[in-house]
Design a protein around this ligand. Structure first.
Ligand code: EPS
Length: 379
């Protein structure tokens, strides 16, 4: 079983991920992990913190001569802006943040909650997902995330191959798939920033090359759609998750929703095993299992809850109405969210691959993967 936890506060010494159950024998390259960390820091509308930090991963345990040992892996990302011991508490909770609920629940300070609730924690979730991508690459699986909407404005993706779309995304300051739209969206973000406001949006993540049979119908907590939804919903500020057609499926008759099943023997060697689907409204998942089509998952991110144009709040000491506290923040972090969601999805898919082809080492997993493909092609 592949699992992980994180530790660390936004302005503490470091953020840490502890990954358990990662197979032995996977060569680890820190370069691509650092590329993901840089991408997470970028995107139009980010705040001052990203000018302070240059997030880089330090592999602290579980890797020897650049190869995983099968023992727990510890990843660390240092906080340059370490100042937790010098920071005061916040008097007035920010609506939408964990400030009020956490301070009441833990009978403590707002600072003690916000430091951990901050999306800064996602650095090590991204590092974990980026490590998992290096495992997924051995199975021909790639994960691709991009921005689909900002502040209610849709950015309709251009047509292209996966490689072409990746090139477009990497050119876009928004990590979106239509460069013609970037200027107008950047203006929208600038306007929100000038008004002391913030903007959310929608991101989409696609997983390509997924084999049949990850996840299971057999038990609710092992259904892959459920696991993906939990992982994505648990990203800071995410308020909605949909797979494939998602909410739109509820508005159409069945004949307009379900993906017909065709067979094309020439595609027997592909992830579909020849079972072609002219549409992918299911988003690659039926009954909690992958069906050989790409996984498609979207997430709705609310606007960041730290507003310069502060909302109504209460001073927790006096219980008098006062504007919410303001701390340095971002106007729009939807581009970062696309990187974060991409990487938490990568982790869940890797965990499902380990469940399906499990073994202690990569070579054992690969042998089982090959055997399964051979057996499944005959089904
Ligand atoms: C973040 C770092 C934080 C915030 C942001 C995410 O830095 P600081 O609080 O030092 O300015 O910019 O945190 C939040 C959005 C939040 O809600 O707390 C980061 O590295 O992603």
């Amino acid at each position: 079983m592949l699992r992980y936890w994180t530790a660390g506060e936004s302005h503490g010494k470091a953020l840490i991920a502890l990954i358990d159950g990662f197979p032995a024998g996977v060569a680890v390259d820190e370069g691509p992990i650092n590329v993901e960390l840089r991408r997470r820091q970028g995107g139009y509308g980010r705040g001052g913190r990203q000018r302070i930090e240059t997030d880089t991963v330090d592999v602290r345990a579980g890797v020897w001569h650049g190869v995983t040992l099968g023992s727990p892996i510890a990843l660390e990302v240092a906080n340059r802006d370490y100042k937790l011991e010098r920071l005061d508490d916040l008097p007035r909770p920010r609506p939408g943040h964990g400030d009020l609920t956490g301070a009441v629940k833990y009978l403590g300070s707002i600072r003690g909650v916000l430091e951990r609730a901050s999306a800064r924690e996602t650095t090590v979730r991204v590092a974990t997902g980026a490590l998992c991508k290096q495992l997924l690459a051995h199975f021909g699986i790639t994960v691709f995330g991009f921005v689909l909407e900002v502040g209610g404005e849709r950015i309709e993706p251009v047509a292209g191959t996966l490689e072409e779309l990746k090139a477009v995304r990497d050119q876009s300051e928004l990590y979106a798939l239509n460069l013609q739209r970037d200027a107008a969206i950047k203006e929208l973000i600038d306007r929100a920033g000038k008004e002391g406001d913030t903007l959310g949006g929608i991101v989409e993540v696609q997983v390509h090359g997924v084999p049949f049979g990850l996840g299971t119908h057999a038990q609710w907590d092992r259904k892959l759609d459920g696991r993906l939804a939990q992982a994505v919903m648990a990203v800071q500020a995410i308020k909605g998750v949909e797979i494939g057609l998602g909410f739109e499926a509820a508005r159409r008759p069945g004949s307009q929703v379900h993906d017909p099943i065709h067979y094309d023997a020439s595609r027997k060697q592909s992830p579909t095993l020849g079972y072609e689907r002219p549409t992918n409204n299911a988003g690659g998942l039926e009954a909690g299992m992958t069906n050989g089509q790409p996984i498609v998952i979207r997430a709705a991110k609310k606007p960041i809850s730290t507003l310069r144009k502060a909302l109504e709040s209460i001073n927790l000491e006096t219980k008098q109405p006062e504007a919410a506290s303001y701390e340095r923040s971002d106007v729009c972090a939807i581009s970062a969210a696309s990187v974060i969601v991409e990487n938490v999805v990568a982790f869940e898919v890797a965990a499902a691959v380990v469940d399906k082809f499990g073994g202690d080492s990569l070579v054992e997993m690969q042998a089982r993967h090959k055997l399964f493909l051979e057996m499944a092609a005959g089904r």
